[in-house]
Design a protein around this ligand. Structure first.
Ligand code: RUB
Length: 319
């Protein structure tokens, strides 16, 4: 089963460190893939473990923390790691949890696949025949939903912004074009102008906090403002593991700042500080609903929803 994850990247991984390296470089990217592959990282750790039995859990924790440090914003990464750690802990397998680690990683992977299918089906049902849907960046949940709506025979048009500096919008454009969907791509700053032609916005999620704030690709906030100004709904597609189970007192989500080289050659701009935040935070008031595998959640009910999802789960292993 986990072989499929590796096939998607047409690459063979031998250790959790290799997976971590590819998450950090963004060869593996997008919150759902990051989560699945982080689980796979722990699977690899278990598979290759040759230390003493009694020290297994400490080693597993260390591997999880190593993976966790790669990208600080997407809570899906933390949730995937916590899922596996909690399974091993609860099974009482701290001394030798190799089998339980592999089982839990596989279970999480299957869950992530199924949850996304449900999110896509639910989101597709919100799209009406003839709609123009604006999206941003590359969310596998959004792409799946748009493919599903198209497959159901709805004549849809999709607008995507390029998503500088890493241009993940181009991935979306190619994927949808290959699926036979009418797709238009524009520079990020054209979003408000073409929002006039859109009927709704659909974006993915990296983290959704208890107060209904969305952390997603830089530029999402502006798109949400544009949608609000135009008076059309913005739906966020996020499986339950995109929600944060952390307590309110744990502070704001860290926004990842990446290298200036991703934006320009800094040498060509002496004395200029180049800013490259990877994500921004869209407030709940700009969001119509969170489309999850358990239905559409009103932003006002985010806290209750997250409490239900994470009830009884230990969330402190990585801190
Ligand atoms: C990707 C991004 C996506 C979410 C959701 O950012 O912001 O919208 O991760 O994706 P990056 P998915 O390219 O920096 O990882 O729906 O695939 O989980």
């Amino acid at each position: 089963m986990l072989q499929r994850v590796v096939d998607r990247y047409e690459k063979t991984y031998g250790s959790h460190r290799e997976v971590a390296c590819d998450i950090e470089s963004m060869f593996i990217r997008g919150a759902n893939d990051i989560a699945r592959m982080a689980g796979f990282g722990l699977w690899l750790f278990a598979d290759g473990y040759s230390g003493r039995d009694g020290e297994y859990f400490e080693g597993l924790l260390e591997a999880a923390r190593y993976l966790y440090r790669t990208r600080p914003t997407a809570v899906s990464l933390e949730n995937a790691l916590l899922y596996v750690l909690n399974c091993v802990d609860e099974a009482g397998d701290r001394a030798d949890g190799r089998e339980e680690t592999k089982r839990a990683a596989e279970e999480f992977y299957e869950f992530a696949v199924e949850a996304q299918k449900k999110v896509a089906a639910e989101a597709a049902s919100l799209i009406e025949d003839g709609y123009t849907v604006h999206t941003h960046c590359n969310s596998t949940a959004v792409v799946s939903a748009l493919r599903k709506a198209h497959g159901e025979g709805k004549g849809i048009t999709v607008h995507t912004t390029e998503s500088r500096p890493r241009y993940q919008g181009r991935i979306t454009a190619r994927e949808l074009s290959e699926a036979g969907i009418r797709i238009k791509m524009m520079v990020d700053s054209a979003a408000r102008l073409y929002m006039e032609e859109a009927d709704m916005v659909m974006v993915g999620a990296d983290t959704i906090t208890a107060d209904g704030t969305l952390y997603n690709k830089i530029g999402t906030w502006q798109i949400a403002l544009a949608a609000d100004d135009r008076g059309i709904p913005l739906y966020v597609l996020g499986e339950s593991f995109k929600f944060s189970g952390r307590s309110e007192g744990s502070g704001p989500v860290k926004i990842e700042n990446r290298d200036a080289e991703e934006v320009v050659d800094p040498g060509a701009f002496p004395g200029v500080e180049i800013l490259n935040p990877a994500f921004d935070r869209t407030p709940a008031r700009l969001i119509e609903g969170f489309v999850t595998e358990r239905g559409v959640i009103d932003p006002e009910n985010t806290k209750t929803f997250a409490a239900e999802v994470f009830r009884g789960m230990r969330t402190d292993h990585l801190h």
